[in-house]
Design a protein. Structure first.
Length: 297
């Protein structure tokens, strides 16, 4: 029986080691063969962003910006350190979801977001990391997270994993309680039309089991929730329609190099392409970015 368990563990280790290489292969095929329906949505523009969101960013980059002032611009849940704010315009959300549906209906290879979501798109494979997600994180989100989460590296979020998840009546309905492989998470409701399916939040670093007491927060299309990645949370079942959500796991190597957020141990690193899981080698000489084998995908 023990040898059977060891075999399963070794198989899982090998599977995770191959994830980065398989993703790179899919990205190359998509880059060469996929024809976007809305190519303009791949490059971030101010016109995609809600005017109120741009106003919040301007405030956060001003010399006198402070947390209390930021919270006056947003809807906050102070006891949970959760912040709701407008992010995108309705027009962008419609075009983006239409593009995602076009990709889903294509014959392109598709990697799924993680082990919990069976339907969705990895945005780095779609070629959106460099032109959309990275500038969104660096130019627009980091000034906000610097004020909201200074203790979690909010001012130095230097990598991410971005994906879109899809919920519908005949596919994934909900998402059980969990925490994210991230210091800070942004969750934006893109649409389409749906009812129910609220998010719920328990406690920070709580054991990811069913949560007896939680705060329930409604998903509002075009708006996003910023929360700590280690905050236990989940999604209740939708009752009708279809919902697409943009999820950005934002990571700070300065924080996670000291302690892996998934296993709470000092990370042991292996070479990886791209951002890996947000860990970086701390040696003085230049080395490849790295990934933690104990992370959950």
């Amino acid at each position: 029986e023990m040898s059977c368990y060891l075999f399963q563990i070794e198989a899982e280790v090998q599977r995770r080691k191959q994830l980065i290489h398989q993703s790179a292969e899919r990205k190359a095929i998509i880059s060469q063969c996929y024809k976007p329906k809305h190519p303009d949505v791949y490059i971030l523009q101010d016109s995609f962003l809600a005017p109120k969101f741009l106003e919040i960013v301007r405030y956060c980059t001003s010399p006198d910006a402070h947390l209390d002032g930021l919270l006056r611009y947003t809807e906050s849940f102070p006891d949970k350190r959760i912040c709701r704010l407008p992010v995108f315009t309705e027009e962008f959300c419609q075009a983006f979801v239409d593009e995602l549906e076009n990709f889903e209906q294509s014959d392109m290879p598709k990697g799924r977001p993680n082990t919990m979501n069976n339907y969705g798109v990895l945005l780095n494979e779609l070629g959106m990391d460099e032109t959309f997600i990275t500038p969104l994180r660096e130019k627009y989100l980091r000034p906000i997270t610097a004020l909201l989460y200074p203790d979690l590296g909010g001012a130095c979020l230097d990598s991410h994993k971005a994906f879109v998840v899809k919920y519908s009546l005949h596919e994934d309905l909900d998402l059980s309680s969990h925490y994210d492989n991230a210091e800070v998470t942004l969750n934006v409701s893109l649409g389409k039309d749906f009812t129910e399916g609220n998010l719920y939040f328990g406690e920070f670093h709580q054991d990811p089991s069913p949560v007896p007491k939680y705060l329930e927060i409604e998903h509002v299309r075009t708006q996003g929730l910023l929360h700590r990645g280690g905050h236990i949370h989940g999604a209740l079942p939708i009752a009708s329609g279809e919902r697409w959500n943009l999820i950005i796991w934002m990571r700070s190597s300065a924080i996670r190099n000291k302690l892996c957020p998934m296993c709470n141990k000092k990370p042991e690193l292996v070479e990886a392409e791209g951002f890996g899981d947000g860990f970086t080698e701390t040696l003085e000489d230049e080395t490849p970015e790295t990934v933690n084998l104990c992370s959950v995908w």
